[in-house]
Write a protein that binds this ligand. Sequence first.
Ligand SMILES: [Zn+2]
Length: 238
Amino acid sequence: MDKIKELQKIINESTGIVFFGGAGVSTESGIPDFRSQDGLYNQKYDYPPESILSHTFFVHKTEEFYKFYKDKFNLLNYKPNAVHNYLAALEKKGKLKAIITQNIDGLHTKAGNKNVYEVHGTIYRNHCIKCHKEYDANYVFNSKGVPKCNCGGIVKPDVVLYGEALPEKDYIGGLSAISKADMLIVCGSSLTVYPASGMVDNFNGKYLIIINNTKTPYDYKANLVINDNLSKVFSKLK
Ligand SMILES: [Zn+2]
């Protein structure tokens, strides 16, 4: 059977679907994959992006951090693609129970999904590190230099930096959703980076589906593997 038809058949018969998405889901909206050849990690900057995007760097070189952050992470104008839109419709039908994403661009929420676990945080939430007051993304991206709270504290994006723990609520919620799912669709993730691999290990359901441009170490466990362009696959689904 044609792989997309097979995927459609499994979606039709599943009632508790969970979606796990990596960078590949966002690249189709034009957002660079931080780890790809032409992604952030290979662009020239004063410091390597891996260093800039660390907790230590944020603390010690806050101004430099924000130069980079405002330049590269202002993703407010990007739009959901065929994958996001399909998932929003699937949630409305009651079939999709949760999305777990490693992306910080908030595109699933923009597409209309309600139950989204953002395990690497989001650019849309920001808080003062002193008094915890919340600020929106526009406040941060439009601020001059380091964004400050009216209490004088520094405002920090709720984006998980290297050296920081994952947001507990999202991580635990995501794990729980995966463990209850009857179908898990893993998309656009190489499944080599923590926490992706560990989270997928919690799946005990019937169908594991992997859709990715390249092979993953979990392919052998999957009921169906599709190595193709994500938008192409999802735009064919009903
Ligand atoms: Zn404050």
